[in-house]
Design a protein around this ligand. Structure first.
Ligand SMILES: C[S@@+](CC[C@H](N)C(=O)[O-])C[C@H]1O[C@@H](n2cnc3c(N)ncnc32)[C@H](O)[C@@H]1O
Length: 248
């Protein structure tokens, strides 16, 4: 499965309307008129919980090089910076990266890059100690997710960790909505989207059962160490896990 140009332009179009609201789908972030500090605090809260969780697992990791995949405006990358010597944020949208650079408080050890490919050839083998990705993979088509998964294993150091959020099943209500979406003609869906968000650009949602995640990484010389429910930002639509994978 290939990455389509439309997927790149969708993210850029949404970022042009509001990069903040594209990241966190709350009405208060639709305009530019809010305290950015408060927005970035949501990232600090998430990273605090994740670091605490990793400590509780009593696993070792190195703090040299971190990759935040699908970094958006750097909400999480900035919160990760105090924990690592160097952080790299990568995103498909150049508009997002433009904003991330404007709000980079650690220019000497935080780099933002654009990658509009379905591979991660811009990174070398065994480069990162930790790869983090939250509320990103859920918007990528399944076939592509597995391509990126293989790339993550390649660019992780042996013993390195891949920590990520991904939905594993929709709420019943959401299943019904998804069926309705399949039968309603696209024209009507687009009119509805335009009325709600001023654009027809939108992100789809993808979910993968946990047993498939485990099986996949077993085959990639990586192990699933742990998974816990991830309930931040859950808007009654999908159940997610936060997975911790280690490259063997
Ligand atoms: C909902 S935002 C989350 C941003 C960030 N992870 C956060 O939580 O603040 C999803 C981000 O994923 C990016 N994205 C989507 N598909 C991507 C891909 N194939 N490669 C890299 N980034 C991608 C989008 O451009 C967008 O910035």
């Amino acid at each position: 499965m290939k990455l389509k140009k439309k997927e790149i332009s969708n993210w850029n179009e949404m970022a042009s309307i509001s990069p903040w609201w594209t990241v966190l789908n709350l009405d208060k972030y639709k305009s530019d008129d809010f305290e950015k500090k408060e927005f970035f605090k949501t990232g600090e809260k998430e990273i605090e919980l994740v670091m605490q969780h990793l400590k509780e697992l009593k696993i070792r990791w190195k703090s040299d090089n971190l990759l935040d995949f699908g970094c958006g405006v750097g909400r999480l990358t900035q919160a990760l910076c105090p924990h690592f010597k160097h952080c790299t944020g990568v995103d498909i949208s150049d508009k997002m990266i433009e904003v991330a650079n404007r709000f980079n408080r650690y220019p000497d050890r935080c780099t933002y890059l654009v990658n509009q490919k379905d591979d991660l050839k811009l990174f070398s083998d065994n480069q990162f100690d930790i790869i983090y990705s939250s509320i990103v993979l859920q918007h990528i088509k399944k076939g592509l997710i597995y391509r990126y998964f293989k790339e993550f294993v390649r660019i992780m150091k042996p013993g390195g960790l891949f920590v990520f959020q991904l939905p594993y099943k929709p709420f019943f209500k959401k299943r019904v909505k998804n069926i309705i979406k399949k039968v309603v003609p696209n024209l009507f869906l687009n009119i509805y989207r335009k009325m709600r968000t001023k654009t027809t650009a939108h992100s789809n949602m993808c979910w993968i059962p946990a047993r498939k995640i485990k099986r996949f990484f077993d085959e990639q010389k990586a192990e699933l160490i742990n998974k816990i429910p991830f309930t931040l930002y859950q808007q009654n639509d999908y159940y997610s896990y936060l997975y911790v994978i280690r490259k063997l």
